[in-house]
Design a protein around this ligand. Structure first.
Ligand code: PLP
Length: 460
C-alpha cells in the first residue's frame, strides 16, 4: 500500500519517526495507579487485574507474532493471544493490511456492505450444515442471540447449560447451581435477579444422567441445550467421547435445539469446528474471537429455517449499530481465511505438537505434579496429581497455589500465561521453533526456582 495523498504521506512519516513506545520503568507504576483511578479495578475486564495470581497487572504496549511487550519494553512469549482471537499471532500482516485497506473507506456505515457478505460466505463454506450468519459484536451477544432465537423458534422457555462452561456475561447466562436440586439455579452475579435466570437449568459438566433427568422432568419446556464442545473456560476440561452424542440424542428426543458455543473452538479445532471434529451436528453455533481476528465480531449460524426467524423476516428481534462493521469484517475475513488455509492449519498443528513435545519432558522433571494437556492448539498446564480435572470443582486449592507460583516465575522468565488457572493457553502459527525453545527453557528455570518450596510438593 503506497500512501496516495499528502496527508497520508505525512501520517506515514510521522509513524515512522515516532520512537518505540517504550516507557521508562518508573512510569509503569504510575500507569497502573492511573488505571486504578480511572477504570474499576484498573481494567475493562476482570481477569486482566491479575488478582487471581496475586501479581501486579501487566500493561501491554505493543505485540507482534508470538510476543507481547509491556510498558517497560520487556518482551514476553504470549500464550494469551487475546484468548484465542489471534490465529496467526499478534498484528499478523494479513490482518493489519485488511484493516488498513478497509478503514479509509469508512469505519461504520450502518448499511450492509460487501465485507459482511464475504465473511458470511466464507464461514458458510466451512460449515456445510449452516445456511445463514447473523453478525454481532462479541461472543456474549452471539450466545444471547442464539438463546433468544432458540426460545423464539421452539416457543419454549428453558435453556440447559453446564457448570464449567462459559457463555459470556448476559443476564440469563450468569447462573450457578443452587442449593439442593439441580433444577433450581441461582444467579452468579449481583444485579441479576433470580427471575432472570429462572429459565436456565444448570447441570454438572459431563453428567449425562443429570441431563436425562432434567429432560425427563422438563423436556417439553426445553428450548436448548447449550454447551462448549471443548470446555475451555474453566481450564481445559476434556470430556468423554460419548458426551456430545448423548446431548444430541437427548435434545432431539425432547425437541430442544442443541447449541454449540464455539466462540473459542470455531475454526480452531478443525476447519469446520466441533461438528466436523466430533461428527455431531448441532442446530445452532455461536462464533466469536477468531472470526474477528482481534476485532469485535461475534456470529450466530445455522440453517435458514432457524436463522430466518430473526428480524426482519421473523419474530425474534435482534439488532446492532456496529454489527457487520466493515473494518471488523475485513479483519475477520483475513483471520478466517487463514484458519481455513491448509498450509496455515498444518503450521498451527506442527507448532502445537512441537510445544507439547518440548514441555512434556520439562514437566516430567517438575518438583510437583505438572502435566501439559493439549487439544490441538489449546493447552492447559494441569498442576495436579492423578487424572486431569473434568469439572471445575475438581480444581483444588493446591493446584491454584501451584499455578499462582508458576505463573509468577514464568512471567519473570519471559513467558506469559493468562493470569488465571481457569484460562487455557493458545498456540498460533507464529509460535515457531525458536519461541518454543524459549518457552521450554523458561519453564525449566521457573520450575527450578520453585524446587525448594515444600508447600507446593505432592505431599504438601
Ligand atoms: C469468550 C467466550 C464467550 C464470550 O465472548 P466475549 O467476546 O468475551 O463476549 C462466550 N462463549 C465462549 C465459549 C467464550 O470462550
Amino acid at each position: 500500500m503506497t500512501p496516495r495523498t499528502k496527508a497520508e504521506r505525512r501520517e506515514r512519516s510521522a509513524t515512522a519517526r515516532r520512537p518505540r513506545p517504550v516507557e521508562p520503568a518508573r512510569t509503569t507504576a504510575e500507569w497502573v495507579e492511573r488505571a486504578r483511578r480511572a477504570l474499576p479495578g484498573g481494567v475493562s475486564s476482570p481477569v486482566r487485574s491479575f488478582r487471581s495470581v496475586a501479581e501486579e497487572p501487566l500493561l501491554a504496549s505493543r505485540a507482534r507474532g508470538a510476543h507481547v511487550f509491556d510498558l517497560d519494553g520487556r518482551r514476553y512469549v504470549d500464550y494469551i493471544q487475546s484468548f484465542g482471537a489471534l490465529f496467526g499471532g499478534h498484528a499478523h500482516p494479513a490482518v493489519v493490511a485488511a484493516i488498513r485497506g478497509a478503514a479509509p473507506l469508512g469505519t461504520s456505515f450502518a448499511l450492509t456492505s460487501r465485507g459482511e457478505i464475504e465473511l458470511a460466505e466464507t464461514i458458510l463454506s466451512a460449515l456445510p450444515w449452516c445456511e445463514r450468519v447473523r453478525f454481532v459484536s462479541s461472543g456474549t451477544e452471539a450466545v444471547m442471540t442464539a438463546v433468544r432465537l432458540a426460545r423464539g423458534a421452539t416457543g419454549r422457555p428453558l435453556v440447559l447449560r453446564f457448570d464449567g462452561c462459559y457463555h459470556g456475561h448476559s443476564d440469563s447466562m450468569l447462573v450457578k447451581a443452587g442449593s439442593g436440586v439441580h433444577q433450581i439455579a441461582d444467579s452468579s452475579s449481583a444485579g441479576v435477579p433470580r427471575g432472570l435466570v429462572a429459565d436456565t437449568v444448570i447441570v454438572p459438566l459431563g453428567d449425562v444422567a443429570a441431563v436425562e433427568a432434567a429432560a425427563k422432568e422438563r423436556g417439553r419446556e426445553l428450548a436448548a441445550i447449550l454447551v462448549e464442545p471443548v470446555p475451555a473456560n474453566s481450564g481445559l476440561l476434556l470430556q468423554e467421547d460419548s458426551f456430545l452424542p448423548a446431548l444430541r440424542r437427548i435434545a432431539s428426543r425432547c425437541g430442544a435445539l442443541l447449541v454449540f458455543d464455539e466462540v473459542i473452538t470455531g475454526f480452531r479445532i478443525a476447519r469446520g469446528g466441533a461438528s466436523e471434529r466430533f461428527g455431531v451436528t448441532p442446530d445452532l453455533v455461536t462464533l466469536g474471537k477468531l472470526v474477528g481476528g482481534g476485532m469485535p465480531v461475534g456470529a450466530v449460524s445455522g440453517p435458514a429455517r432457524l436463522l430466518d426467524q430473526l428480524a426482519p423476516l421473523g419474530p425474534v428481534y435482534q439488532a446492532g449499530t456496529l454489527s457487520g462493521n466493515p473494518v471488523a469484517m475485513a479483519a475477520g475475513l483475513a483471520s478466517v481465511r487463514m484458519a481455513l488455509d491448509r498450509e496455515e492449519r498444518a503450521r498451527l498443528e506442527r507448532n502445537s505438537r512441537a510445544l507439547e513435545a518440548a514441555l512434556r519432558p520439562v514437566c516430567a522433571r517438575a518438583p510437583f505434579s505438572l502435566r501439559p494437556l493439549f487439544f490441538g492448539s489449546m493447552f492447559w498446564l494441569w498442576p495436579g496429581a492423578g487424572a486431569p480435572a473434568r469439572r471445575p470443582d475438581q480444581v483444588g486449592a493446591l493446584e491454584k497455589r501451584r499455578f499462582q507460583r508458576l505463573h509468577e516465575r514464568l512471567r519473570a522468565h519471559g513467558v506469559l500465561l493468562a493470569p488465571s488457572l481457569y484460562e487455557v493457553g493458545f498456540v498460533t502459527t507464529a509460535h515457531g521453533d525458536a519461541v518454543i525453545r524459549e518457552t521450554a527453557t523458561a519453564l525449566a528455570r521457573a520450575l527450578e526456582d520453585l524446587a525448594g518450596d515444600a508447600s507446593l510438593s505432592d505431599g504438601g
